[in-house]
Design a protein around this ligand. Structure first.
Ligand SMILES: [Zn+2]
Length: 54
C-alpha cells in the first residue's frame, strides 16, 4: 500500500507496477506516478499533455 499524496488515501499498487507508471487514485481521482515500488511510494503525476513522444 502507498499513500496518495493528494488526499492521503491508501492506494494499492498493481502487483506488476513499475517505477514511472501512472495510475489514478480511486479516492480523489488524482493522477499519480509510481515513484518507488519497494517500498511503494506515489507522487503526483506531472501535468499530462499529448506529448508522449521522445
Ligand atoms: Zn487521492
Amino acid at each position: 500500500m502507498a499513500e496518495c499524496p493528494v488526499c492521503g488515501a491508501e492506494v494499492e499498487l498493481a502487483a506488476d507496477a513499475v517505477v514511472g507508471e501512472l495510475m489514478e487514485c480511486a479516492d480523489c481521482g488524482a493522477e499519480l506516478e509510481v515513484l518507488e515500488v519497494e517500498p511503494p511510494a506515489l507522487g503526483e503525476a506531472p501535468e499530462t499533455e499529448e506529448d508522449w513522444g521522445q
